[in-house]
Design a protein around this ligand. Structure first.
Ligand code: GAF
Length: 406
């Protein structure tokens, strides 16, 4: 759980750098600042974000915690408790691995804020490569910690954008803003309707009847090595072609609707027309799911999720046999309204919307069948129980920079 990550990060900070950091011994040691950010699942709205589209993510009850103390110099020392590694980072270098995210966030923040040196320790229970956005959770928690120890403040959406830039420019994944906005803005027990063009958000409560399960296929996905950037390129190529043939201005695929696609599908390479069809229909599904969730119509949300999976599998081609098997297994489990792959795809996790009363039974049934049906390392767990540690309430009270918990 999260309190555990906060504790682990705090202990790791003192173990790695000493309780005094670089403070003169005559001064009493300040309690460390601890910043926290969650992983996410996306209920609907896959691969829409970099097309200025719509998404409906929710936070999972798994978090990255970063404990931090300011330094009197500019040095950035970081302990990663989960990897048993300690590094001193130069934000202008790319250290690779987990440290690249930390360095990139520090570099981007320092462009606008005099963010000073710090000793940091990271502890996380967001699995990596599982499609739960561990990297964005890391970026947000590091960003919050660095701002807080430097006494700086930023509106939370600005911090999310800075972390998105860190990912794109520092790590080289041409992603959209979904993951960073999810880690920054999702509230407990709610989905977040996110318009990636206007960057407007709206919390949509899940309601007491809904439960959510994560089925981790155990097949690791690595965005930097997957076909992710290929899909970004394909969308750009399709948009360029549509601009040539359509008689109206198109800023992004968000501006394409079914009528326009139908009118010009023949002008596109067939693979590009399928990619666009996914984006167009997925934006429609997000609206439908948002409205259905707000109305408590979980059947309709589940239908949108199942249709989204088919579209991601067939039109967008970012699924894999294990994800398809996970969705199929979930869909035939009593109490499940719908399921789909979540995250970038090519491995990682599926998400299932489940009748709250049937959640435990469905979890047990899926977990028991998953190793045989999905893959030897497949697991199933609830996305969120009411979190014992309410990070979202903290971030609502302190919208720009959560402070230490101790
Ligand atoms: C990954 C990316 F990082 C997100 O920006 C988003 O595109 C997602 O895949 C697919 O919806 O998580």
């Amino acid at each position: 759980g999260t309190p555990n990550q906060v504790e682990r990060a705090t202990v790791a900070l003192d173990a790695a750098f000493g309780p005094d950091g670089d403070a003169p011994s005559s001064r009493s040691t300040p309690a460390p600042t601890v910043a926290v950010a969650p992983g996410r699942v996306n209920l609907v709205g896959g691969h829409t974000d970099y097309n200025d589209g719509l998404c409906l993510p929710m936070a999972v009850d798994r978090h990255v915690a970063v404990a931090a103390r300011p330094r009197s110099d500019d040095r950035l020392r970081v302990r990663a408790a989960d990897f048993d590694e300690t590094a001193e980072l130069d934000p202008d270098d790319d250290p690779g691995g987990w440290a690249a995210y930390v360095a990139a966030v520090a570099r981007v923040l320092r462009e606008d804020d005099p963010v000073g040196g710090a000793d940091l320790a990271i502890a996380s229970d967001v699995p990596t490569g599982a499609g739960l956005s561990s990297s964005a959770a890391l970026e947000l928690a590091v960003g919050r910690a660095l701002l807080a120890v430097s006494g700086r403040d930023r509106p939370v959406a600005d911090l999310a954008l800075a972390c998105w830039r860190a990912e794109v420019e520092g790590v080289g994944v041409e992603c959209g803003i979904l993951d960073q906005f999810s880690a920054a803005l999702c509230e407990a027990d709610s989905a977040l309707f996110l318009d990636c063009r206007s960057r407007e958000t709206e919390s949509v409560p899940l309601g007491d009847d809904a439960g959510v399960l994560v089925i981790d296929t155990g097949v690791s996905h690595e965005l930097t090595e997957s076909g992710y950037n290929d899909r970004v390129r394909e969308c750009e190529a399709a948009l360029d072609r549509l601009r040539e043939v359509a008689d109206r201005g198109l800023d992004s695929l968000r501006d394409v609707d079914r009528a326009l696609l139908d009118a010009h599908a023949d002008a596109l390479e067939s693979v590009h027309s399928r990619r666009v069809r996914h984006v167009v229909t997925e934006n429609e599904r997000v609206r439908r799911a948002r409205d259905a969730l707000a109305a408590g119509d979980l059947d309709r949300v589940g239908d949108a999720m199942l249709a989204a999976h088919e579209s991601l599998r067939d039109d967008y081609e970012v699924s894999c046999p294990e994800l398809d098997a996970a969705v199929e297994l979930a869909a035939e489990t009593p109490g499940v309204y719908g399921a789909r792959m979540t995250g970038g795809g090519f491995g990682g996790s599926a998400v299932a919307l489940v009748d709250g009363d049937a959640l435990d039974r469905a979890e047990r049934a899926i977990r028991a069948a998953a190793p045989e049906r999905v893959g030897p390392d497949a697991t199933c767990s609830p996305a969120a129980r009411r979190p014992a540690f309410d990070w979202s309430a903290r971030s609502k009270r302190e919208p720009t920079a959560p402070r230490g918990v101790s």
